[in-house]
Design a protein around this ligand. Sequence first.
Ligand SMILES: *Cc1c(COP(=O)(O)O)cnc(C)c1O
Length: 378
Amino acid sequence: MPEREIPLPTVLDPRGRTIGEEERAAVLRVLDSAVLCSAFGDEARSLEAEMARLYGRAHAVASSSGTAALHLAVVACGVGPGDEVVTTPISDFGTVAPVLAQGARPVFADVRAEDGNLDPDAVEAAMTPRTKAVIAVHLFGGAADTGRLRAVCDRHGVPLVEDCAQAWLAEDGAGRLLGTAGDIACFSLQQFKHITAGDGGLSLTDDPALARRMRLFMDKGWDRSEGRIHRETGLNYRMPELVAAVARAQLAKVEGVVRARRERAGRLIAALGGLEGVAVAGEPDGHAWWMFPLLVADNARWARELAAEGVPALPGYLERPLYANPAVPGDRPGLCPNAERLIGRTLLALPWNEAYSESDVDRLARALHRVHRRSGTR
Ligand SMILES: *Cc1c(COP(=O)(O)O)cnc(C)c1O
């Protein structure tokens, strides 16, 4: 019997978002100024400065989405028609859309079975003379092996882009912030992320040349200090001032959001201790818990039985690896066996939220224990 169902807070529910007085004041501040475009206001520029300071990096460029932030990165890395970008088959489509938009080819390297993050050996094997960049995703907020990926990229002389859309303030095993090892790190402020302004993106770098190319591509290739001449092309990926003002208020809350998610995750990990055949995917230390990823024997059955308990869970996170989407040319079933096994069989992603109470977590744990017990009896 499902327990009494008080629905868990979600990212589509005021209880599961940290939108409050600060965001309300921010919106009114911008409206009252009448300057809503960031080419003429200071909200987006201030957000960039605050983000750069938070991460200790020299430059931040704000844009209209995480996908846009990645497009800026890909363009700054010089990716064009016929080039290749090595990346993961398990991510949001926003990781590869910019590569396709540049007329380049995403090359998919397999992931590690234990956490769904890129396998550095597979990345090494996928490098060719046409490789122009590697995009690593820190899936669910758990660290990809940036040390080894950095070494592979350096050996081949290509830049490393970190897709941190799911990894706000996440750290690697050594306590180093994810988003500080790559040449560029990209973040998203979309509705489902740790913090949100509806949509929005941020790209970080220490390299002034990369920063300049990203800033130009964000604003139609227009260097406004020079007059009205376009020496290279760009798009309009500007972040509106209303969005930037909300994002600034949210950025001030991100530490608290991640801290609360970690506390709740720690409680669930303790409650699951020793459940045979069930493991947390990846290393809990430093994890930012965008979702709570588990490894089980049969993810479809677990998701079905958890749903009957009133507990939402995504079997596999995706329905198919990125390369199996019709929009990605050259579908090759079996290309990345670990990714296919995770999606089709073993990965179970629980939505996670800073607003989960201790009793919410305990209810989740009891539901997981019940499903586990049933799995032992057949
Ligand atoms: C959300 C997400 C994106 C895309 O961000 P948008 O803001 O939705 O464009 C890219 N990569 C990853 C890993 C994501 O989770």
